[in-house]
Design a protein around this ligand. Sequence first.
Ligand SMILES: *Cc1c(COP(=O)(O)O)cnc(C)c1O
Length: 351
Amino acid sequence: MPYFGVLHRYRHLLDIPAHTAQVSLLEGNTLLIPMPRLAKELGGGFELWVKFEGLNPTGSFKDRGMTVAISEAVGRGVKAVICASTGNTAASAAAYAARAGLRSIVLIPQGKVAAGKLAGAVAYGAQVIQVEGSFDEALSLVVEITQRHPIALVNSLNPYRLEGQKTAAFEICDLLQAAPDWLCLPVGNAGNITSYWMGFKQYDRLKTTGLPHILGVQAAGAAPLVLGHPVDHPETVATAIRIGRPARGEQALQAAEESAGRIISASDDEILSMQRRLAAEGVWVEPASAAGLAGWAAEIRLGNIRPHGWRVVAVCTGHGLKDPDIITRTSPAPRLIPAEMGALEEAILET
Ligand SMILES: *Cc1c(COP(=O)(O)O)cnc(C)c1O
């Protein structure tokens, strides 16, 4: 049967109004990729799969929630949508608004958005506004303006975003025929961890697929849920999770607790090193996307988790192409040679 996107496939399981339209770019149905070599390198004793959400139409999991948020907005006659974004939400909102013929406005923190994300938002025709401030400040502005004007808010404060994002948990259970033992994922504004937990619980009630332990991982420089207080100046290379006041923080902590999991932090070095290890097995993700697995690796190394033949799914939330600079900036430029065989042989055969 042809595939028509997450609303078409899972609409009956989503808590959304009847007026919801169907604006889709055929998001979802992303690959669950086995990573046997990386599992072995991390000590073995578990089965590792990557849910590669970078394969969504705009390169991140945000598309799952955006198809639902925009579809709902269209169904009630909205003409414009707005969001604050560290980048991926902007690109996704712009794409789905374009698909629906709506105006889109996105607020980004000045100078802190990866090149591939900004370019996406612009390409899809959003009005992009840079704010002299953090993501958290941009989000406050967006919330306030939607209370004053008839513009729909499509940040994950919008409950339909979470409904759409639940579908990733459904897909994992459908594919593995059960929930995994552990799910690890990065945590920024904490909408995604909240959605996964909602999705796994719902599927378990319906189909007794079981529940995973959830390992949520924040970047060490932006770890309010680990520190127990907001972070005023969050800093990390993982720009997608550079958030100091997570909108869904309480729910994220609850997901960790209810699932007998936890929320921890990983340093930028650990995150970038895991980004390279994933790429070394053929999966290039953006830095934030490597945080979940970086946290898992640290828990094993510290002896906090001892794998017992577990099945582990790591959610890799966005594609490496979103943030190419982080790779090119930290690697030597390709060597330049004359167009001669001798020079080529010398370049590739030496050492
Ligand atoms: C948005 C985003 C996150 C964080 O998700 P939250 O729902 O805000 O916790 C992580 N990684 C990528 C690539 C993202 O775009």
